[in-house]
Write a protein that binds this ligand. Structure first.
Ligand SMILES: NC(=O)c1ccc[n+]([C@@H]2O[C@H](COP(=O)([O-])OP(=O)(O)OC[C@H]3O[C@@H](n4cnc5c(N)ncnc54)[C@H](OP(=O)(O)O)[C@@H]3O)[C@@H](O)[C@H]2O)c1
Length: 385
């Protein structure tokens, strides 16, 4: 235990749910910032975010969360990144000594939304941390960024310190705003203990087939189902499981003295090739992997906008590819030696665990079968036996 409370943003999201579970499992007190109309809705939203991680027995799961709410280990604050001071009563931050900022918009198509959430909202989070710093109460500010800040590159292994550069063009508004959000924390929190954690492509969990995030999974499933792909089969794909990302994130956030300021939560040079990934996914269906036609890469990339119009299977695949193309075609991996050396954690390889994820996603129609929140058990004073 670190002695203070962690203000966690993004707890209702995919990685935020992992981080919340990881912190609570370790006995850490958490103040979760949640968008909701009332407290009951906020608690129900946290139940949904934790559903993937809680025991399958619903009574035991309700007890797990209900106990943490009743004991105060988990406090919930309704707010919004885009409101001044996150829309929080300053008294809610009384025992907060660290901030784990996970929330973001991943809407790669909307500059407006990315600007609003990742920059306007990111600034508010940094200002809250800065107020704690000025009162001598900020133990750590951990910012979840992305390897996408590395911008346009081709066939490289990228180290942490040379990744983000304003000399380089970005793929999309998401990457651009995440890069500037890193810059905000560097400039506005001088002297603070800041950790920037940059996950690469996060897909599934190496311990079980289930996931609650499907966008990228859907893109890979469609790719593996395609008879031909316009990519280089030897291009590497830096993919990591969410369990690795979350464990590393929580350990770095709680570490007394992290050795570095920036960490790539990535697969690094052990990243699989495109062919390894699609062959493993195809094998899960008892099929052969796609044929690769790398020469078609440039014309297909140029035509994606047009191809994605309409509702045909080709149009749906083109729309997914249009968003994720840069991350699929760049053959860029991210040096992960800082995190592996410091934590001893090594990410499982995607081809080794993707067949289960593939079957779960396809069989379930790309949806997670969430259990309804047992609202009575999650009442603040509930004593669950
Ligand atoms: N998933 C990946 O593959 C990946 C890879 C690299 C980096 N990352 C980074 O990891 C972080 C989490 O990503 P994720 O995949 O977990 O995203 P996610 O599932 O979309 O979750 C986003 C979270 O941000 C919250 N949020 C958005 N706008 C907000 C606002 N105005 N006020 C308060 N909260 C707001 C959402 O709250 P609501 O539930 O209320 O919308 C949700 O809890 C992000 O910083 C992302 O850049 C993710």
């Amino acid at each position: 235990m670190t002695g203070g409370r962690t203000l966690l943003t993004g707890a209702t999201g995919y990685l935020g749910g992992y981080a919340l579970h990881g912190l609570l499992q370790r006995g850490e007190p958490v103040l979760a910032l949640v968008r909701a109309r009332d407290d009951a809705e906020a608690r129900a939203r946290l139940w949904t975010a934790l559903d993937l991680h809680l025991p399958r027995d619903t009574a035991a799961a309700a007890r797990w969360l209900g106990d943490r709410l009743a004991s105060g280990q988990l406090a919930v604050a309704r707010g919004d990144l885009r409101q001044p001071g996150l829309g929080l009563d300053p008294a809610a931050l009384e025992d907060v000594t660290s901030v784990l900022h996970v929330a973001a918009s991943l809407n790669r198509r909307s500059e407006k939304v990315c600007l609003d959430v990742n920059l306007r909202g990111g600034l508010e989070v940094v200002l809250v941390a800065r107020a704690l710093l000025e009162r001598g109460r900020l133990r750590r500010y951990t910012h979840v960024s992305t390897v996408a800040v590395a911008g346009r590159r081709q066939a490289e292994v990228v180290g942490e310190d040379e990744a983000a550069s304003f000399e380089r063009s970005d793929f999309d508004p998401y990457a651009r705003t995440k890069k500037f959000a890193e810059h905000l924390s560097a400039r506005l929190l001088p002297g603070a203990s800041v950790v920037i954690a940059r996950p690469s492509i996060v897909l599934g969990d190496s311990r079980f087939p289930e996931t609650t995030q499907f966008d990228m999974v859907q893109a890979f499933v469609r790719l593996a189902q395609s008879p031909a792909l316009p990519f280089d089969p030897a291009a590497r794909l830096d993919i990591v499981p969410a369990d690795f990302v979350a464990e590393a994130l929580v350990r770095l956030h709680l570490a007394e003295r992290p050795r570095h300021r920036i960490y790539h939560l990535a697969a690094g040079t052990a990243s699989p090739t495109f062919r390894e990934v699609t062959d493993a996914m195809a094998r899960a269906r008892g099929r052969r992997g796609p044929v690769y036609l790398p020469r078609l890469g440039a014309p297909v990339a140029a035509a994606l906008g047009t191809l994605s119009r309409g509702r045909s299977t080709v149009a749906r695949l083109a729309a997914l590819l249009d968003v994720f193309w840069p991350y699929l075609a760049w053959d860029v991996v991210f040096d992960n030696r800082r995190v592996t050396d410091e934590t001893g954690l090594v990410p499982a390889r995607f081809p080794d665990y993707c067949p289960g994820l593939f079957r779960f996603a396809v069989d379930g129609g790309f949806r997670y079968p969430h259990r309804p929140a047992p609202t009575a058990a999650l009442e603040p004073q509930a004593v669950v036996v």
